[in-house]
Design a protein. Structure first.
Length: 62
């Protein structure tokens, strides 16, 4: 039986760059039919013991 702890992971997606690095072929290897962004989040969520994911949004200024 678990201790009732919540384990959080951070998925900042590097200011939106990470989904651009993960192409559709890699996303399909992770799970067919997912978008690259979904594959990135699923990868974080698949870590053993993780119960919550914190997603950070950022805006890139030029």
């Amino acid at each position: 039986m678990g201790a009732g702890l919540r384990v959080m992971a951070s998925a900042p997606l590097h200011g939106g760059e990470l989904p651009g690095v993960v192409d559709q072929e890699l996303a399909d290897l992770i799970r067919p039919g997912l978008t690259p962004a979904q594959a990135c989040l699923l990868t974080v969520a698949s870590c053993p013991g993780v119960t919550d994911i914190l997603i950070a949004a950022s805006i890139r200024h030029t």
